[in-house]
Design a protein around this ligand. Structure first.
Ligand SMILES: *Cc1c(COP(=O)(O)O)cnc(C)c1O
Length: 503
């Protein structure tokens, strides 16, 4: 079945690595490894190829040592990387070996679209979303792409809603374009109302012709991640303006959720219904909070309640679902909007055969030809089940809270954002992200670099209220409080001790 024994050899090597390889000790490659890898890259295309064996040797010996531990290791806390579960990794190798194209639903030729459809409905089940209520479901390349899809659907919807009040002529943006549709709908402005948005939301707004400037922050003063509801209402009522409300369900710097519970979501939903607005939830990693069920996680559980009142939801597969890059997902309640935006028109040879309850992915998503990125998701979901995923997430939250607790007790560090309330309240709001700074301003400026220079752990630098800050994002299924927390504490203690000894 495989093309060649070499392919099998290379696949089994990576499979063995997934199963048995010890954790890489270093979170980052050494400078020498990086320099070596860069220098070893072939400058020019060889006319006679170097062959498979030499290529494999080059990959293993020159290039791979220049990779960061990234998702292979749980000592990598930069960005929100996610790992790869063994089940997802094995399936991903099969995806490559069998190279299915999941563009068109061809039930007589391949089961690929059924796998995708089932993976998406299992995912709905995991996230306590009724698959019947979310008929537009699609895998994407990541949360950025899902946000593009979400805003595209929202744009189509809000302009159509506004136009319906004035006339019954065609106003689909997908058909007549944004200028004409807005003109016919009597709209001269589009706005995206949100709090602490991920940067990819601005990018999506730019791609879709709404513009980065259409993003309007409606956060509460002093609690910018929360909605200022009166302000939201005021902006929604502006005449000649169509609105999308974007909810940051776990924000990337702090992990905080924009909404606190069902009541708040109901209030936002009813405002949006009144003014024809679309609600998009960016839950890239936050949406996974819906699988929690323990009293320890009560405030996270509450923050995830009512997210199902949205029109569309973004999620990332390659973050907390712990499947390989590139994998995101998107759910929307509006099947007809999906076709209006993404219909790939007039290509008879691409039409689906057989039953039509599975829509051809090319008519409801960005790409035409695409990888079977559903298979790793399907495999990982069935291998570990909802309990397995809950256990993974609980371990990750446990580690984040362990780090936060250590920082709260420390004389040298400060947990951010500034908070009021008890220690228990603060810890109960910690999800998988821990933002902090060093109290000593001098050390704080160098903190990220000094932590990275230990090579033991990797985290991201960011800015908070105009000052440098550090951020742990725990997002690996391997997270283990007993093993990982002591390493983190030791690194932070060591960095402080070294700083003090130099003074
Ligand atoms: C990571 C992230 C994104 C972008 O996701 P990619 O997978 O990098 O495309 C969008 N929104 C939020 C909240 C994120 O955390």
């Amino acid at each position: 079945m495989f093309q060649s024994s070499e392919l099998i050899a290379s696949l089994s090597t990576s499979i063995a690595e997934l199963h048995g390889a010890p954790q890489p000790e270093n979170a980052l490659p050494s400078e020498e490894a990086l320099t070596h890898a860069r220098g070893a890259l072939l400058q020019h295309l060889p006319s006679a190829g170097v062959g498979l064996e030499a290529t494999l040797k080059h990959l293993r010996e020159d290039i791979v040592p220049g990779f960061s531990a990234s998702s292979r290791s749980s000592n990598y806390y930069g960005f929100v990387t996610g790992g790869t579960t063994p089940a997802a990794g094995l399936a991903d190798n099969l995806v490559t070996a069998y190279d299915q194209n999941v563009g068109v639903h061809l039930p007589k030729e391949t089961v690929a679209t059924n796998v995708e459809d089932r993976a998406l409905s299992l995912l709905c089940e995991l996230l306590k979303l009724d698959p019947m209520s979310w008929p537009h479901r699609i895998f994407t390349t990541g949360a950025t792409a899902s946000n593009v899809v979400g805003l595209a659907c929202g744009r189509e919807y809000v302009i159509t809603e506004a136009a319906a009040v004035r006339s019954d002529s065609e106003t689909s943006v997908g058909e007549i374009g944004i200028f004409e549709a807005m003109h016919r709908a009597g709209i001269d402005k589009m706005q995206i109302l949100t709090t602490v948005p991920h940067s990819s939301l601005s990018k999506a707004a730019s791609i879709l012709g709404m513009g980065r400037a259409s993003i309007k922050l409606v956060g509460l003063e002093g609690s910018t991640h929360r909605f200022d509801i009166p302000l939201l209402k005021k902006l929604l009522t502006q005449p000649g303006t169509a609105s999308i409300v974007a909810i940051s369900a776990s924000e990337v710097n702090t992990g905080l959720f924009a909404t606190t519970g069902l009541k708040e979501m109901q209030e936002i939903r009813s405002l949006c219904d009144q003014y024809g607005a679309w609600i998009h939830v960016d839950g890239a990693f936050g949406i996974m909070g819906r699988i929690l069920n323990s009293p320890n996680h009560a405030s996270l559980i509450s923050a995830c309640e009512g997210l199902d009142l949205a029109d569309s939801i973004t999620g990332d597969g390659h973050k907390l679902l712990n499947v390989p890059y590139d994998c995101g997902f998107f759910f929307s309640r509006h099947r007809e909007i999906a076709s209006r935006v993404f219909q790939n028109p007039n290509a008879a040879y691409l039409s689906a055969g057989g039953d039509t309850d599975i829509m051809s992915p090319l008519n409801i998503g960005l790409e035409n030809s695409r990888r079977l990125r559903a298979l790793p998701v399907y495999s990982s979901l069935i291998a570990y089940g909802s309990d397995g995923y809950r256990d993974m997430l609980e371990r990750q939250i446990g580690l984040a809270r362990g780090i936060a607790g250590f920082l709260l007790d420390s004389e040298d560090f400060e947990l951010l954002p500034e908070f009021t309330g008890s220690r228990a309240d603060v810890l109960n709001n910690i999800y998988i992200i821990v933002l902090f700074k060093a109290k000593d301003e001098g050390l704080n400026k160098e903190l990220v670099d000094r932590i990275k220079a230990t090579y033991k752990i990797q985290l991201s630098g960011t800015a908070w209220e105009g000052k440098p800050a550090c951020r742990f994002a725990v997002s690996n299924w391997k997270a283990d409080v007993k093993r990982d927390l002591p390493v983190i504490k030791q690194v932070l203690d060591q960095v402080v001790a070294t700083w003090k000894s130099e003074k």
